[in-house]
Design a protein around this ligand. Structure first.
Ligand SMILES: *Cc1c(COP(=O)(O)O)cnc(C)c1O
Length: 380
């Protein structure tokens, strides 16, 4: 079955009670039981909810996975995934991962005896050099936020599996329409559904999908035990979002290419970070493991003053954190999403004061480009 057919139907049989074609929002905390130990498979809504189950099955199907678990946020999904490792275990992580992931790993989970090594996973020899006897997980984000560096998923999976470690991929930036990490041997895929999967800037959520039965059993146990579940309404919003995921991603990708081409030629843009560009040093890998390049583009205008001129000069793009929405969202990583990263580290990663990140939305492409053009024109 094709992607959109799956997106519209997987997990979404007409409601057995009424025939409603849209999965109802089961806004209930508990379920009447017919007798002692006799119920319809639903006991309590932290444990089971039909709207959440539909959402979980739907995203699992889109990633080609057997099991899915939805959480209250992307961070809750990441936290639950890390419950697959224990005190004494070692985890290797992409070094320019999402800021919240870095914070969770270094400021919270490290206190519980989990050891983290951050390396540049664009070069597999760094991953190989960081492997230890107790390495149980390799955690990657590709492309990374905000400088759009890639990790070769097949190569990292081969390396991890030879050493008995799992590979986790945060696929938030591309969505399963543009990249399906399980096909390259990745074990666990997770998303902040807040971004492209929901896609409309109106819900916060996260999801984890995987094929391994034992790991899935443990994740389900964690989901129920810790309780950071996705609400019925937010599950319903994600289901509404995924129905148009293919159409939206096609347009994000098309506009992303046009915007990147415009920026690359613009005299005020000193450097472009976009895997779709022939000048990107991993362009060939992007073509190989992605179906497109998506809507994320970053560019350097040389200084904080220049960045401010653009960020405060835009009229259609909205100055805001987050990404993957119908609206074009523009941000300043150095002072917004990556403010918590040490200045030296920011410099090394290319997150300079002049770096601007753009999530190309679904407004008309010409309007987005004209808006950027007039904002770039405000640079002195
Ligand atoms: C936003 C984001 C997260 C965190 O998700 P929340 O829904 O905000 O908790 C994790 N990874 C990436 C790549 C993100 O963009």
């Amino acid at each position: 079955m094709g992607f959109s057919t799956t997106a519209i139907h997987a997990g979404q049989e007409p409601d057995p009670t009424t025939g409603a074609v849209t999965v109802p929002i089961y806004q209930t905390s508990t379920y009447a039981q017919e007798g002692l130990g006799r119920h319809k498979g639903y006991e309590y809504a932290r444990t089971q909810n039909p709207t959440r189950a539909a959402c979980e099955q739907n995203i699992a199907a889109l990633e080609g996975a057997r099991f899915g678990f939805a959480f209250a946020s992307g961070m809750a999904a990441i936290d639950a995934t890390l419950r697959l490792v224990k005190a004494g275990d070692h985890v290797i992580v992409s070094d320019n991962t999402y800021g919240g992931t870095y914070r969770l790993f270094t400021r919270i989970l490290a206190n519980y005896g989990i050891e983290f090594t951050f390396v540049d996973t664009t070069d597999l020899s760094n991953v190989e050099a960081a492997l230890k006897d107790n390495t149980r997980m390799i955690y990657v984000e590709t492309p990374t936020n905000p400088v759009m560096m890639l990790t070769d998923l097949q190569a990292v999976a081969d390396l991890a599996h030879a050493r008995g470690a799992r590979v986790v991929c945060d696929n938030t930036f591309l969505s399963p329409y543009l990249q399906r990490p399980l096909e390259f041997g990745v074990d666990i895929v997770l998303h902040s559904t807040t971004k492209y999967l929901n896609g409309h800037s109106d819900g916060v959520g996260g999801v984890v999908v995987l094929n391994d039965e034992q790991d899935a059993e443990w994740l389900g146990f964690v989901q129920n035990s810790v309780g950071a579940i996705l609400s019925p309404f937010d599950s319903w919003l994600v289901l509404r979002g995924t129905k148009t995921l293919a159409l939206r991603m096609e347009q994000h990708d098309r506009s992303g290419r046009a915007v990147a081409a415009f920026l690359e030629e613009h005299p005020k843009v000193q450097k472009l970070y976009y895997p779709g560009s022939l000048s990107h040093r991993q362009h060939e890998l992007a073509e190989r493991q992605q179906r497109g390049f998506g809507g994320m583009v970053a560019f350097d205008v040389g200084s904080l003053d220049n960045a401010r001129a653009v960020l405060e000069g835009v009229k259609i793009c909205t100055l805001a954190e987050s990404l993957g929405a119908v609206e074009s969202l523009i941000s300043h990583p150095a002072t917004m999403t990556h403010a918590a990263v040490l200045p030296e580290t920011r410099q090394r990663l290319g997150i300079t004061d002049g770096l601007v990140r753009l999530s190309v939305g679904l407004e008309d492409t010409d309007d987005i480009i004209a808006d950027l053009d007039q904002a770039l024109g405000k640079i002195k």
